[in-house]
Design a binder for this molecule. Sequence first.
Ligand SMILES: [Zn+2]
Length: 145
Amino acid sequence: MDERRLPAGSQQFVALAVKLAVENVDRGQRPYGAVVVRDGEVIGEGVNTVLRDGDPTAHAETEAVRQACQRTGSRDLSEAYVASSCKPCEMCQAVTRLARIDLVLYAGLSGGGPDLPDLAVLSAPDPSAQEPFARFALLELPMLD
Ligand SMILES: [Zn+2]
């Protein structure tokens, strides 16, 4: 169990990511959405457009990080975190790491519903780790009251 505090409002941003995912399904796309959040504001937003674009890399988290970098004019998003509708794949984990994001929150699998999903945390690897994903830790967190 991770005892550290989650960023204020983070559950709402995960809920927003889930909402984006649901809306994406309504457009005939895959059920994945993500936002990049810094100082309590969304600075990047993305949905999976693999089917629409025929681009196997058009994942929600990658698109959200790309938009955040474009909006901020920086590849360094170390003050931000990602809220996602599900656990990011290895590519998206690598993308968040390249953008120096060290916290990814995503909707858990056990209930919560689309309005306020359970949260899980994908915490940062040790920057000195040689294996890209060896230090990622998946931690399930209970719903906050
Ligand atoms: Zn991905």
